[in-house]
Design a protein around this ligand. Structure first.
Ligand code: HEM
Length: 523
């Protein structure tokens, strides 16, 4: 993010009368937010065309209101735009806030309430607040710029950025609290023993706030879901071989469960691992589909059928695994792949846990995965609503600000309320996770987390749908002011499908409740 126009330089003061004299195509000045821009050399290449800049109410005039009805403030922060500034109007100062790396948004409902100065929360301490501040700066400075480029060109996130996260301890922190943090130096000086699920939530929410959904899944999403089975169930030798290179960002891992034959229906998967007679190897045959990061992963944490029932095997790409990139609704930056195992001979030491115990391993992973998705979904919806709110405040239609339209205010009101409710639900469940052991979480929280995910993805549906209605054609356009809405509409469905579909989630929540229903309860 660049500096705001007035931060570094004292500009020459000029009068509005002086600006008005520069109103010809080859000598064209305009005023935006008190700054005077010389557009004489830019008019030919202006993406909005030459004619609009020559209009009598624009050329040599104050175009602030028109500008913000059509452009994102970030355009004024580009170095190329700042070079066009030739002065500032005498006696006037900037009235626009130019976002700076690390800062909190001042727009109401743009931040969760625990970040507002006058609100109190029982859940967060100083270490959470410190982590949030440092994460925000890190993401604004390094992650968002990389995401913008990769989202567009579809290439995988730069491994160097993943390695930087590794050095900062952030890859390990993205896996949640646990033994894997012991003895590690963590980002923002968080002590390993104080690290809890709220810290993890903050990391996920700060990352997802930037809004580039395909990139974000590409940015080591495979590790977040693919490494925990190794950490929780892998042998010491397996951990020694895999964990550190993955956490350092030198190797990449993905979770390979879904198949063309079986999505949420894990029991329907067909990939088979047959043990060789000498017991030294498994021969794996089958395919996996929609594998996040699969296109560039070095390891695949793979759910397989075995003679014992189900198992989980870590399959290194080096053994001859083939992958084909899938083109989905979001950027290929996610590395989503179709994975083929053709007679892959995997040493038995790559078995994760006990043969036959594959389903409990897969299921135990799901709660955490779904909860991580909830952290992201709730923050993504909020970020989209910030865009919508800004738009409502700066757009004029039928001669009046959009904020004069009760129907638009009503739509936003419901979206704000749902975002607040999502965060409150998430914080409650996160607090329970901090205070229950892993086994109790599986028993008492699986249903709640499933319901939370189902409900949050319904909320994101509302946000996406109303977002386009509010932004109109811009919400369908990949560039410009509505780009975040267009992207959200293309990508919000991922969370309603991945990690268990919305319908399966809601059903799971109710099935768990039926199981716990007291036998003697009557209406
Ligand atoms: C500092 C001065 C200006 C700069 C640097 C600038 C730059 C740009 C850029 C980069 C875009 C492409 C937006 C995108 O797709 O992301 C654009 C579009 C546009 N600009 Fe400007 N512009 C300036 C002033 C103006 C003014 C004063 C007008 C007044 C009418 C104007 C009218 C438009 C229009 C109509 C579009 C197309 C918007 C759309 O596709 O929705 N621009 N401008």
């Amino acid at each position: 993010m660049s500096a705001q126009p007035n931060q570094k330089k004292e500009y020459k003061r000029v009068s509005r009368d002086e600006v008005a004299k520069h109103n010809k195509p080859d000598d064209l000045w305009i005023i935006v937010d008190s700054y005077v821009y010389d557009l004489s050399d830019f008019i030919d290449v202006h993406p909005g065309g030459e004619a609009v800049l020559q209009q009598p109410d624009i050329a040599g005039q104050d175009a602030t209101e028109t500008f913000f009805g059509l452009h994102n403030v970030a355009i004024l922060q580009r170095p190329g735009t700042q070079k066009m500034i030739v002065g500032q109007i005498e006696g006037e100062e900037s009235e626009v806030r130019y976002p700076q790396a690390g800062e909190l948004s001042q727009v109401p409902y743009a931040e969760p309430t625990w970040l507002l100065p006058k609100y109190k929360s029982p859940y967060y301490n100083e270490s959470h607040r410190r982590l949030q501040r440092e994460m925000r700066t890190l993401v604004d400075k390094y992650v968002t710029p990389e995401a913008q480029v990769r989202e567009a060109d579809g290439k995988r996130p730069d491994p160097k950025l993943v390695q930087m996260f590794g050095k900062l301890g952030l890859n390990a922190m993205r896996l949640g609290p646990g033994k894997h943090l012991h003895g590690r130096k963590l980002f923002a000086d968080i002590k390993p023993e104080e690290f809890d699920y709220f810290h993890e939530m903050i990391i996920t929410q700060e990352l997802t706030r930037c809004g580039y959904r395909g990139f974000m899944d590409g940015f080591n999403g495979g590790m977040v879901i693919g490494l925990p089975p190794i950490l929780n169930f892998g042998s010491d030798d397996l951990k020694k071989e895999i964990v550190e290179p993955v956490l350092a960002g030198e190797k990449f891992i993905s979770l390979a469960i879904t198949e063309a034959f079986a999505g949420s229906d894990v029991m329907g998967l067909k990939t088979y691992a047959k043990k060789t007679e000498d017991g030294e190897h498994y021969i794996v045959n089958g395919t996996k589909k929609w594998i996040t990061n699969g296109h560039f992963a070095d390891y695949f944490t793979t759910a397989v059928r075995t003679d014992e029932g189900f198992g989980v095997i870590l399959i290194p790409r080096a053994l001859g695994v083939e992958t084909r990139q899938l083109h989905t609704s979001y950027s290929t930056s996610a590395g989503t792949a179709f994975v083929m195992f053709n007679n892959i001979k995997v040493p038995s030491r790559y078995l994760v846990g006990v043969d036959g115990m594959g389903i409990p391993i897969v299921l135990s992973n799901f709660n955490h995965e779904r909860w991580v998705m909830c952290c992201g979904v709730s923050r993504g919806s909020r970020a989209v609503c910030e865009v919508l709110f800004k738009w409502m405040m700066q757009r004029k239609v039928f001669g009046k600000p959009l904020s004069n339209q009760a129907v638009v205010r009503q739509k936003l009101g419901f979206l704000f309320a749902q975002n607040e409710a999502c965060q409150a639900y998430l914080e409650n469940i996160t607090y329970q996770m901090n205070n229950m052991d892993y086994k109790d979480q599986a028993k008492h929280l699986a249903g709640q987390i499933a319901l939370m995910k189902a409900w949050m993805t319904r909320v994101s549906h509302e946000v996406a749908d109303n977002g386009v209605q509010i932004m109109g054609g811009r919400g369908l356009t990949k560039t410009g002011l509505g780009a975040p809405i267009e992207m959200y509409n293309r990508t919000y469905k991922f969370d309603a499908i991945l990690g268990g579909t919305e319908e399966i989630m809601a059903d799971l929540g109710v099935r768990q409740a039926i199981r716990a229903f007291p036998k003697d309860a009557r209406l």
